[in-house]
Design a protein around this ligand. Structure first.
Ligand code: COA
Length: 172
């Protein structure tokens, strides 16, 4: 199911047939350097299954990022529920295949997800959880209109909690 369209991208729900393409992203050591480890095949399959569960339970999750030119799956972006310090937040997350970094694709997808979140979910803010050393991801959050709000421990690692409030999003 297609969820969003931007000038260069389609975001649609993931399925088991996407395993090979998303593995090129999630199993790449450089792409996953801020995670405990790159995902092996079973990890990628679990990740897709978790997102199918999120679509069913929450109505949203990480979606496949498809380049309109050529129709290839080149990453993921989407909205997931994350519990931070005891509060459920809506997080925007993203991964882009490494050969396509630096073309503004994550920013384009993240902005569309931010606008979708405020249009479809009754939340006052959306967030991104980012390791402090992950400068490209922090830059995407800034270009998405977010500001670093506080540092939190999340999955036992320090993360910056970036956020944008609903009333700020109209002008970004
Ligand atoms: C983070 C990620 C999704 C960004 O994707 P992308 O499509 O390249 O992002 P964009 O092109 O929209 O923007 C990247 C920005 O980071 C900047 N950047 C890249 N490397 C940087 C660095 N070392 N230091 C500071 N800024 C950097 C780019 O210059 C660009 O900013 P600009 O437009 O102001 O020049 C991609 O790097 C990725 O997949 N990383 C690995 C997965 C990951 O860490 N995901 C986020 C987890 S929180």
């Amino acid at each position: 199911m297609q969820i969003l369209e931007t000038s260069r991208l389609i975001l649609r729900e993931l399925g088991p047939d996407d395993t090979d393409a998303i593995a090129r992203v999630l199993s790449d050591p450089e792409t996953m350097r801020f995670y405990p480890a790159p995902y092996d095949r079973a990890g990628v399959e679990d990740w897709i299954a978790r997102n199918l569960g999120r679509y069913a339970h929450d109505g949203h999750g990480r979606w496949a990022m498809i380049l309109k030119a050529g129709g290839e799956l080149i990453g993921d972006c989407g909205l997931t529920v994350q519990n931070v310090d005891g509060t459920d937040e809506i997080e925007i997350g993203y991964h882009v295949r490494r050969d396509l970094w630096g073309h503004g694709l994550a920013t384009e997808a993240a902005r569309a997800c931010r606008d979708y979140g405020f249009a479809h979910l009754s939340v006052g803010r959306v967030i991104s959880l980012i390791r402090p050393a992950n400068l490209p991801s922090r830059r995407v959050a800034e270009k998405n209109g977010m500001a670093a709000w506080k540092e939190v421990m999340w999955h036992n690692l320090p993360h910056l909690l970036y956020a944008i409030r609903r009333e700020e999003a109209g002008n970004k």
